[in-house]
Write a protein of this length. Structure first.
Length: 318
């Protein structure tokens, strides 16, 4: 039993090493146009059935999948490893954010999004994948000959998405089709006799605003400060919230360790939230304000602003 467990853990470790990309380790616009191979992107790949099947049949192309579910990522990675695929990578995270920040304009030959959650209630509209900002992103990152293919079983979601394409004046075609059996939900909807609809859209250039500005760690140095005053200042910061243009930063509490303070922080850029820790560490020449060593976050404007805000407040102690 013990050897079996170790063997399973080693298999999982090797599978992740081969097929998993941590998007927080990648520089902005990591995926660029290449003439050597086609780039296929699937957003919301589920258990990875479709993307691995396509990767097996198109070995000269590069396949990249984005999925928010940790369990789905693990299943897809194991599937790709067991199939001995060499041309597929998976990332876990927000598809809207990662497509915008990691894929350059005119880099993707084919983008796919099959059976995403429709989020039907009006209060859930911000959660829907195919909002106008996302459609602008996808249209821009498609090559001039590229295609974006959507499949949904929800009539309202289909009509809502089509209307967004129309308002953005993005060229597209629609079809009613039988459910896609290459996906788990497609097989489920086929058994239930539900219809599916597809939308195919094409490249259109939009001025997409990106927020990532490199992977360097934001930090600030400050002079020696009386620790009692520092403790009072950080206690005051804890619970504070500030906003600036499209970003929000909120401090949720702080902890004192040996020669350092840790400030729990939430930063939001647009609709993209992150939680992390800011460390204020003693140095021989004063203090260093930076992301805690265990923090793995995207270096967005809100994250950088939070470091700057803490440092400026500590400098004001005098």
């Amino acid at each position: 039993m013990r050897n079996s467990t170790i063997s399973k853990l080693l298999r999982i470790s090797k599978a992740f090493e081969k097929h998993f990309l941590d998007p927080r380790d990648l520089p902005p616009l990591f995926f660029k146009e290449t003439n050597n191979r086609k780039l296929i992107l699937e957003i919301g790949f589920g258990n990875g059935e479709l993307i691995t099947r396509m990767a097996k049949s198109r070995k000269n192309d590069l396949f990249v999948g984005i999925e928010s579910s940790e369990i789905s990522c693990e299943k897809a990675i194991k599937r790709a490893y067991d199939m001995k695929l060499q041309n597929v990578k998976f990332m876990r995270g927000d598809g809207k954010f990662l497509a915008r920040e990691l894929f350059a304009d005119r880099s993707v030959d084919l983008a796919l999004a099959f059976y995403p959650i429709p989020w039907p209630r009006e209060s859930q509209e911000s959660k829907r994948l195919f909002d106008k900002n996302f459609l602008k992103t996808i249209s821009s990152i498609l090559k001039t000959s590229g295609r974006f293919v959507i499949v949904t079983d929800d009539a309202f979601y289909f009509e809502w998405t089509v209307n967004n394409f129309k308002e953005l004046k993005i060229r597209h075609f629609t079809h009613e089709l039988i459910p896609i059996r290459a996906t788990k939900y497609g097989r489920k909807w086929e058994k239930l006799g539900r219809k599916s609809w597809s939308i195919m859209s094409f490249h259109k250039n939009f001025n997409v605003k990106r927020v990532l500005e490199g992977n360097e760690l934001p930090h600030a140095r400050i002079k020696e400060i009386d620790e009692k005053k520092m403790n009072e200042k950080l206690k005051m910061l804890s619970g504070m919230k500030f906003s600036e243009e499209s970003l929000i930063v909120e401090f949720k509490g702080f902890f004192k360790g040996e020669n350092e303070y840790i400030l729990r922080t939430v930063a939001v850029d647009g609709n993209f939230p992150q939680m992390y820790y800011i460390a204020v560490k003693r140095r021989s020449d004063g203090w260093l304000v930076r992301l805690d060593d265990v923090a793995k976050v995207f270096k967005t404007p809100a994250v950088k602003k939070s470091i700057e805000y803490v440092a400026n407040n500590l400098r004001d102690i005098g």
